[in-house]
Structures are given as structure tokens and as C-alpha cells.
Design a protein around this ligand. Structure first.
Ligand SMILES: NC(=O)c1ccc[n+]([C@@H]2O[C@H](COP(=O)([O-])OP(=O)(O)OC[C@H]3O[C@@H](n4cnc5c(N)ncnc54)[C@H](OP(=O)(O)O)[C@@H]3O)[C@@H](O)[C@H]2O)c1
Length: 256
């Protein structure tokens, strides 16, 4: 049975899609467990959403690369909010566009440890609580990079292909249980993502020059929608791109 106020755990809620999803779910009455390394940012967001929507929140410093950090966060969330119903596996990043032949080990480690191992860690820690709650949903943040590849994207695309495999496998393994599994796979969304990837605002701005990217709120709306559907409906996958982006290399840019 879907509770009146489900508890959603969102990793990477300090900016971008994670923060927008927190806003969107708070407006629907979800109680929220929000985590990221920038603990002050999630705390500020949680205080604002609690005051605005009267929801309960739990926040904490969360580094998905650390098993201890994930355990402390998940245990704290359950102790504070009593349950976890929804996991939004959002924390992730791309770093650079180095070719596979030369991508530094520290760079590929960071992406795999965050995007792949981090998602495994959070899912393994939180899923027993979703199962115990008897109703739930596991949402993954994939990407168009889950579906294809591009020059300079070997590692990031590899991590997001893994997310697609995780989603599809968990969907099989939970079939018959009252838990839905979905992946939302965006194209270009203007968040801090490109600032992190390109190493600065100026280079990040160039990524979106002359085209209209998706906003974090667009992806949050996809997540809100798939959660809102009747329990017998499982949206396995949403592939969502800006109208201006038909493919990785086919982007409509207006001059000027
Ligand atoms: N923007 C796009 O174009 C796009 C497209 C497709 C998919 N995605 C995916 O969408 C997800 C969210 O990205 P975004 O666009 O919202 O980028 P963003 O604004 O940079 O947000 C990324 C979030 O992940 C968190 N994070 C990074 N490393 C972490 C770690 N080790 N432990 C905990 N949290 C961590 C960051 O928080 P802290 O730095 O505070 O830890 C931040 O809250 C990612 O999985 C990304 O791959 C993005």
C-alpha cells in the first residue's frame, strides 16, 4: 500500500537534478532524506522545503564512494523518518573528455566509484528498508550515455551503460514484489554537471551555446510523474532530450 507521505531518499541533492527532484517531491508531500558531500547545501534546501510544505526531512553528509558514509546516512534516515520507500540514485558525475587511451586513472576511478559503485552501495544499503516498507520504487539516473557512445566519453558512457544493466537486472529480480524500478535517461541538462566535467563555468557555458538544454526541473517532473502513476504501472525507461538535441553530434545551435 502506498503511504500517504512516502519517504524518498535522494543522493546528490545539493544541486541540479537531485535538488529539483527534492523540490518536486516535497510539493507532493514526500518526506525526504537528502544527501550529498556538500551537507550545508542539502540542509539549507531541506529547511526551506520543510517550512514550505510541512514535510519531515533528514539530511547528512553523504559520499557515495564510502561504504561507511552510505551506511551512516541510510541508518540515520531510517531512524529519523521511520522508513524508506523511494530511492533516487542520482549522485553522479563526468570528469573531462579524455580519450580512452590517455584518461588518467584518478579520473576513471572517480567516475566508476561514484556512478557505478556508489549506486550499488546506496541501493544495497537502502533496498532492505524499501522491502520492509512493503511499497516502493527505485529510480536510477542514467543518461543518453546509457544508450550510445561518443568521442571522449568512454568512461562516463561505460558507467551509464552499467546503470542501464543495473536497472534492467533489478527490474527482473524484484518482479513479483511491490517495488517498481525505473531509469530516467536525460540528454543535455544545464546543471553543475558541465561545470564539473569541463572544469569551469566558461567552458560549461560553451556546451549549451545557441541551443536550449533541458532544465533540472524537466527531469524532476519525469521522476514525479513516474512515481505518481498507479502501482500496477512501471515505467522502465524514460529517454528524454532537448528538442534541439537529436543525437550526441546532432545539436541545433542558433547563431549569435
Ligand atoms: N546534466 C546532464 O546533462 C545530465 C545528463 C544525463 C544524466 N545526468 C546525470 O544526472 C545526475 C545528476 O547530475 P546533475 O546534472 O544534476 O549534476 P550536478 O548539478 O553536478 O549534480 C550532481 C550531484 O551529485 C552529487 N555527487 C557527486 N559526487 C558525489 C559523491 N561522491 N557522493 C555524493 N554525492 C555526490 C553532487 O553533490 P556534492 O558535490 O555536494 O557531493 C551533486 O549534488 C548524475 O548522475 C548525472 O550523471 C546528467
Amino acid at each position: 500500500m502506498r503511504p500517504q507521505h512516502p519517504v524518498a531518499l535522494i543522493s546528490g541533492a545539493s544541486s541540479g537534478i537531485g535538488a529539483a527532484t527534492a523540490r518536486s517531491l516535497a510539493a507532493e508531500g514526500y518526506h525526504l532524506a537528502l544527501g550529498a558531500r556538500r551537507a550545508a547545501a542539502v540542509r539549507t534546501l531541506a529547511e526551506e522545503l520543510a517550512a514550505e510544505h510541512g514535510i519531515r526531512t533528514f539530511t547528512g553528509a553523504l559520499d557515495v564512494r564510502s561504504t561507511g558514509s552510505v551506511k551512516t546516512f541510510v541508518d540515520g534516515a531510517v531512524e529519523s523518518l521511520g522508513a524508506i520507500h523511494v530511492i533516487v540514485n542520482n549522485a553522479g558525475l563526468a570528469r573531462g573528455t579524455d580519450p580512452m587511451a590517455t584518461v588518467p586513472e584518478a579520473t576513471w576511478r572517480e567516475m566508476f566509484e561514484t556512478n557505478v559503485e556508489g549506486v550499488l552501495r546506496v541501493t544495497q544499503a537502502a533496498l532492505p528498508h524499501v522491502r520492509a516498507a512493503g511499497w516502493g520504487h527505485v529510480v536510477f539516473l542514467g543518461s543518453t550515455a546509457s544508450h550510445g557512445v561518443y568521442d571522449g566519453g568512454a568512461v562516463y558512457c561505460g558507467t551509464k551503460h552499467a546503470i542501464r544493466a543495473f536497472t534492467q537486472t533489478l527490474r527482473l529480480e524484484l518482479c513479483g514484489e511491490p517495488i517498481r524500478v525505473s531509469t530516467v535517461d536525460p540528454g543535455m541538462v544545464e546543471t553543475e554537471f558541465s561545470v564539473v566535467r569541463m572544469g569551469g563555468k566558461e567552458k560549461a557555458d560553451a556546451v549549451y551555446r545557441g541551443m536550449t538544454p533541458l532544465r533540472a526541473e524537466d527531469i524532476a517532473e519525469c521522476i514525479r510523474w513516474l512515481l505518481s502513476l498507479p502501482d500496477h504501472v512501471n515505467i522502465d525507461e524514460i529517454l528524454v532530450k532537448p528538442r534541439d538535441q537529436a543525437a550526441f553530434t546532432r545539436i541545433h545551435r542558433r547563431p549569435g
